[in-house]
Design a protein around this ligand. Structure first.
Ligand code: DSN
Length: 419
């Protein structure tokens, strides 16, 4: 945190100031492998901590319900224009508070309660809001879910086509939260067209890769593209919807006044800054390095006898089945956390264990790549992971590795962290 800001908080609220500083140090000293997290730049942090948080702006640029929008309108318009240019879309709405509200707005724009939505099942790698049963999207709508093949753990497009022909969904989702392979947007587009469904591509995890050309873009085939802004895109926590011109009005109305009140202008400014950063040559290099790092980490884990779902990765994400290592995902994740390596336990396809103590762990390389780590560091991380997973109760080993992790992290300063 900027020293002046740190002092301001400490003067008013020393308890919160201390917690923020501790979290900053934790982020500085650990290898953060949560696939959906990153380090934003100092510029993005500063924009999100700005006076823009003081302003209400229900509506859209040029059409607001409160006065005093001279600068807010310009901020939001810049953000919209940068999103349109970066992703090559007709229309962008950066107001959704995060990914789940963004997806909910898509339902509100195009579906009535009881209509059919088709999405990837959560345990196969989808997202709650793609129609999973515990989500509002699985209880207010009729949901049909596709999964992955038992033999390859990949989406079977023939099965998706068959299900879509049978169920005739009004809305189809592709994308998810634990998909280590390239998503075949073209095939989803063909199927949606054939059955007369709207297609929403949820690129939350891969938005930065799509922006940089490190993953194919769904823009030419999807009616709507939904995303969060804080994962590979490396912006502040937020959401965004992008669509073809025909759907712009429906999407805007669904976000406001349909679902939300005033946009979070400080977040919009942070997204605008992140989009500017994402349009640079440096970001392109960064996004390709995320993938190179994930591939290097995957190869090193395989060499050490880890079982990877689909055998490897095409993107930023690796899903590991720890069954062959005789340790559950939760026990491994906690032992790794004690060793300074942070990731999340995760179900694997056809998991026989429960979601709160599943068989797998999920790993991602966006944050470590933001620190400048490359293939050599990925091999070191795999070695540490192997040691910890082989000795999940050895507290002395975990403390020793946590010290080594701190030494490595000190050589790779994290963006936005000043302590
Ligand atoms: N919570 C996000 C993730 O970790 O993938 C998805 O919303």
């Amino acid at each position: 945190m900027h020293p002046a800001l740190a002092k301001t908080i400490a003067d008013v609220d020393p308890e919160i100031a201390e917690l923020i500083t501790s979290e900053e140090k934790r982020q500085r000293d650990s290898i953060r492998l949560i696939a959906s997290e990153n380090y934003v730049s100092g510029a993005v942090l500063a924009a999100t901590g700005s006076v823009l948080t003081n302003k209400y702006s229900e509506g859209y640029p040029g059409k607001r319900y409160y006065e005093g929008q001279q600068y807010i309108d310009k901020v939001e318009q810049l953000c919209v224009d940068r999103a349109k240019s970066l992703f090559g879309v007709d229309h962008a709405n950066p107001q959704p508070y995060s990914g789940s509200p963004a997806n909910l707005a898509v339902y509100f724009a195009f579906l009535k309660p009881g209509d059919t939505v088709m999405g990837m099942a959560l345990p196969a790698g989808g997202h709650l809001t793609h129609g999973w049963n515990v989500s509002i999207t699985g209880s207010y709508f009729k949901s049909v879910q596709y999964g992955v093949r038992r033999d390859t753990h990949r989406v079977d497009m023939d099965e998706v086509r068959e299900l879509a022909r049978k169920e005739r969904p009004k809305l189809m989702y592709c994308g998810g939260t634990a998909i280590p392979r390239t998503i075949d947007f073209a095939a989803f587009g063909e199927i949606a067209k054939e059955v007369g469904a709207m297609l929403c591509a949820d690129i939350a995890h891969i938005a930065g890769l799509v922006a940089a050309g490190a993953h194919p873009s769904p823009v030419s085939v999807a009616d709507v593209v939904s995303t969060t802004t804080h994962k590979t895109l490396r912006g502040p926590r937020g959401g965004m919807l992008m669509c073809k011109a025909d759907h712009a009005k429906a999407i805007d109305r669904a976000v406001f006044p349909g679902l939300q009140g005033g946009p979070h202008n400080h977040t919009t400014a942070g997204i605008a800054v992140a989009l500017r950063e994402a349009a640079t040559a440096d970001f392109k290099t960064y996004a390709h390095q995320i993938v190179a790092n994930a591939k290097a980490l995957a190869a090193a884990l395989v060499e050490r006898g880890f079982t990877l779902i689909t055998g490897g990765t095409d993107n930023h994400l690796i899903l590991v089945d720890l069954t062959s290592k005789n340790v559950s995902g939760k026990i491994a994740a906690k032992a790794l956390d004690a060793s300074g390596i942070e990731l999340n336990y995760n179900s694997v396809p056809f998991d026989t264990r429960k979601p709160f103590d599943p068989s797998g762990i999920r790993i991602g390389t966006p944050a470590v790549t933001s620190r400048g780590m490359k293939e050599a560091e990925m091999r070191q991380i795999a070695a540490w992971m192997d040691q910890v997973v082989s000795a999940p109760s050895d507290a002395a080993l975990h403390a020793k590795i946590a010290g080594e992790v701190r030494e490595l992290c000190a050589k790779f300063p994290a963006p936005g962290i000043l302590v």
